[in-house]
Design a protein around this ligand. Structure first.
Ligand code: 5AD
Ligand code: SF4
Length: 470
């Protein structure tokens, strides 16, 4: 299909869904119906949920955080690790009674977990009260699926096995006024052997640079000053475009947008992070000096079995090169312990990388077997207790190193974007430094969205405590 055909289909689809939104909004007008949307998993899901919320609000549903008062309950699911799935089944079990009490309640499930045949079979058999099931490729069809459910009273299952088109220009409800996430690509081609993402989110597809630029310009015109560019592997952006372009070139274009103060991006794969990107990052003030660079394991042997295409040495070399170009850079990472075949020696390599790089924070995971991935059938699965014990040692080191990295901010004055009211104290606002570190500072709510100098008076292992600098 040519690009023009795809654009036409996308425009037609967006129009169709918009028409259905209008029909539904007439139907529910004055009924004061509420939806409750729970999002599991990563930033991709969070971004999809903003789109879901946008469509539902356009229809006329009001959002509630309380499932008990909701007329429409949705779970946007994750399946990256087993415990994510267990959590969803647990929550679903509790919904069964609610549905019995209120037969008008509509329950919908979507997201990554739904892309697995086994899950849909289980739902069909044991969770018949679920009204609507859809996947990651057709989120934009929610209005139509809801309409069909309301008109037919039948359960709806609509799962695609790949993208047909990228549908844009539908309603969208952003969580923050001053910052926003923007997808630059979808899917992943890397097939790390432990990971289910390529199977549930499909092959890598980059959005057109013009579409990305227009979206960001629109956001900036709306008052947004910080953008997070999203993709499973942003460093391979543009490779599959008709006119290929690099991620560094895209970043350079974006950084020219007037009024855009901070640009972040995630996730970077070490194998695709090149000198061009380092140069562009280092030479543009509005590209944040923070980098999420998952290394997964410090052992070159394990990395090979994970299909990661780099070694411990090449990762360390890359991280040091980045540090040399940007000495203040804040590194974060993802680490898996207990991957099949991981020995105590392999695990010590992981500990060494943490010790040497000193991440400002790290997401640490115990390996979780995902059916259908190559690692699930590998020999030498690590004993659960051994993995747990390694995990505890790893998190202790991660916390110690993060505390050390953050202690360097003591007594400094740093620029902070004030983002939201702190969860624990209403007179405190939380924000972030350019380097991505969380800062709590006493300030009034009306200062949200401002960039202010903050004097750091105390440092913890996961955040900084400061006061507005005079
Ligand atoms: N088990 C444990 N962690 C996993 N991740 C992905 N798949 C698995 C798995 N099967 C982690 C990786 C990835 C992050 C998003 O989730 O560290 O970077
Ligand atoms: Fe999964 Fe690897 Fe793709 Fe990340 S790069 S989404 S870990 S397959």
């Amino acid at each position: 299909m040519s690009k023009r055909q795809i654009v036409e289909i996308s425009t037609q689809e967006a129009k169709r869904q918009t028409e259905i939104i209008n029909i539904l909004s007439q139907r529910i007008k004055g009924k004061n119906l509420k939806f409750c949307l729970s999002t599991f998993g990563c930033q991709m899901n969070a971004r999809d949920s903003e789109k879901i919320k946008g469509m539902l609000e356009e229809i006329g549903y009001l959002q509630t955080e309380n499932e008990d008062e909701a007329d429409f309950i949705l779970y946007n699911t994750c399946c990256v690790r087993e415990n994510a799935e267990t959590k969803i089944y647990g929550r679903l079990g509790a919904l069964k009674g609610k549905k019995r009490e209120n037969p008008n309640l509509i329950i919908a499930l979507c997201g990554c977990m739904m892309q697995q045949d086994m899950v849909v079979e289980t739902l069909k058999k044991n969770y018949k009260f679920v009204d609507i099931i859809f996947g990651t490729y057709n989120t934009y069809k929610l209005p139509e699926l809801l309409q069909t459910r309301l008109e037919t009273g039948e359960n709806i299952i609509d799962i695609w096995d790949s993208y047909k088109d990228i549908v844009e220009d539908l309603p969208d409800a952003r969580k923050y006024d001053h910052k926003a996430c923007v997808n630059i690509m979808y899917g992943c081609n890397n097939f790390c052997t432990y990971c289910i993402v390529p199977y549930v989110r499909g092959r890598e597809r980059s959005r057109q640079p013009e579409d990305i630029m227009n979206e960001i310009k629109g956001l900036v015109a709306d008052g947004v000053t910080e953008i997070m560019l999203l993709g499973q592997n942003v460093n391979s952006y543009g490779k599959t475009l008709e006119n290929p372009m690099t991620f560094a070139a895209l970043l350079k274009q974006i950084s020219q947008i007037e009024g855009l103060k901070r640009i972040r991006f995630m996730t970077s794969h070490p194998k695709d992070l090149n000198d061009e990107l380092i140069e562009v990052m280092a030479s543009h003030d509005n590209i944040c000096k923070s980098l999420h660079l998952p290394f997964q394991s410090g052992s070159s042997k394990v990395l090979k079995r994970m299909n990661r295409h780099y070694t411990k040495e090449s990762y360390l070399e890359l991280a040091h090169k980045i540090k040399k170009a940007m000495p203040n850079i804040g590194f974060t990472t993802d680490i898996i312990v207990g991957f099949p075949g991981e020995t105590e020696e392999d695990f010590n390599d992981t500990m060494q990388v943490v010790d040497e790089i000193g991440y400002t924070s790290a997401f640490t995971f115990v390996y979780s077997k995902r059916t259908g991935t190559p690692a699930a059938t590998m020999e030498e699965q690590v004993d659960e207790q051994v993995a747990k014990e390694r995990f505890n040692r790893l998190t202790a080191l991660v916390n110690q190193k993060a505390a050390e990295a953050l202690s360097k901010y003591q007594g400094q004055t740093v620029e902070v974007l004030l983002e939201e009211i702190s969860k624990n104290n209403r007179s405190v606002l939380s924000g972030r430094t350019d380097t991505g570190i969380l800062v709590n500072v006493e300030a009034s709510e009306d200062m949200i969205g401002q960039y202010v100098p903050v004097y750091i008076k105390e440092t913890k292992s996961h955040y900084l405590v400061g006061e507005l600098a005079k």
